[in-house]
Design a protein around this ligand. Structure first.
Ligand code: ATP
Ligand code: MG
Length: 259
């Protein structure tokens, strides 16, 4: 059974019909990347998965249970299990980096105070920012803030994480590092991973499946190989062209081993 099953999900803001019937499954342990134009509703869709925005219509099932009509407090157990990295960081400028990364651990009472420092240090090390605990988010670059927000999302060790543009504004070295980190988290801790990104090259590299959102619906889903094979699809073609994703499959073990 998929973790999430979305069927016919709609969302409008006034006359702006952002989602017009989204059908999507999210499977345990997969890396699923959602791509789509700016303003197509990717961030709206992620927020609906943890109840920060309510669907107008349609069904959202979490482990088989309908969650679309839940009350605010009923979302709390789901939000403990499904973490989110927000596109605009959502760090608290009035707190140190330490307190930001420790926030979820303290709020959810996950660890005794004596063990929090160790967990915070590990999370910051994982995003290649060891030792910046005393700093203020105000004094960090955009890319550093993004990685601190990432550390905060993973510090609570959720079963699933929704990453909204995890590599936006990062230099190429850190894009690769974050990509590797997300894969490592999935492989070592089994974290189900949903990524929204404009970085087509990295999404083709690290995803098990991709979903393209277009005109308020999921226009295509498939593995990188399946999407490569459909590169001429009118909804997909502009992305593939603009990002120059290679349409040749990456060399498999057979191709790369010596004759
Ligand atoms: N709380 C809100 N109130 C009103 N309109 C909203 C709200 N949140 C999102 N929208 C609108 O919904 C549409 C989709 O927004 P969303 O942030 O999901 O786009 P996106 O696909 O994440 O874009 P980007 O790639 O630029 O981040 C936009 O037209 C946006 O203005
Ligand atoms: Mg967005």
């Amino acid at each position: 059974m998929p973790i999430y099953e979305l069927r016919g999900v709609t969302k409008a803001f006034g006359d702006n019909h952002v989602l017009r019937g989204v059908d999507l499954d999210i499977r345990a342990g997969e890396v699923l990347t959602i791509i789509g134009r700016s303003g197509s509703g990717k961030s709206v869709l992620l927020k609906m998965l943890i109840g920060l925005l309510a669907a107008d219509d349609g069904s959202i099932r979490f482990e088989g249970t309908e969650v679309s009509g839940l009350q605010e407090r009923e979302w709390t157990p789901i939000r403990r299990r499904v973490g989110m990295l927000f596109q605009e960081y959502a760090l608290f400028d009035s707190m140190s980096v330490f307190d930001n990364v420790a926030y979820g651990l303290r709020e959810q009472n996950l660890l005794p105070e004596s063990e929090i420092a160790q967990r915070v240090a590990e999370a910051l090390k994982a995003v290649s920012l060891p030792g910046i605990e005393p700093m203020s988010p105000k004094d960090l670059s955009g890319g550093m803030k993004k990685r601190v927000a990432l550390a905060r999302a993973i510090a609570v060790r959720p079963e699933m994480v929704l990453y909204d543009e995890p590599t936006e504004g990062l230099d190429p070295i850190n894009v690769t590092r974050v990509d590797r980190l997300l894969l490592r988290l999935r492989d070592t801790l089994g974290i189900t991973t949903v990524i929204v990104t404009h970085n087509m090259r990295s999404s083709f590299r690290i995803s098990d499946r991709l979903a393209l959102i277009d005109e308020g619906r999921i226009a295509l889903t498939g593995t990188p190989a399946e999407l490569r094979a459909q590169a001429s699809d009118p909804a997909l073609r502009p992305f593939v062209m603009a990002s120059r994703v290679s349409l040749r499959p990456p060399p498999g073990p057979a191709a790369s081993s010596p004759p």
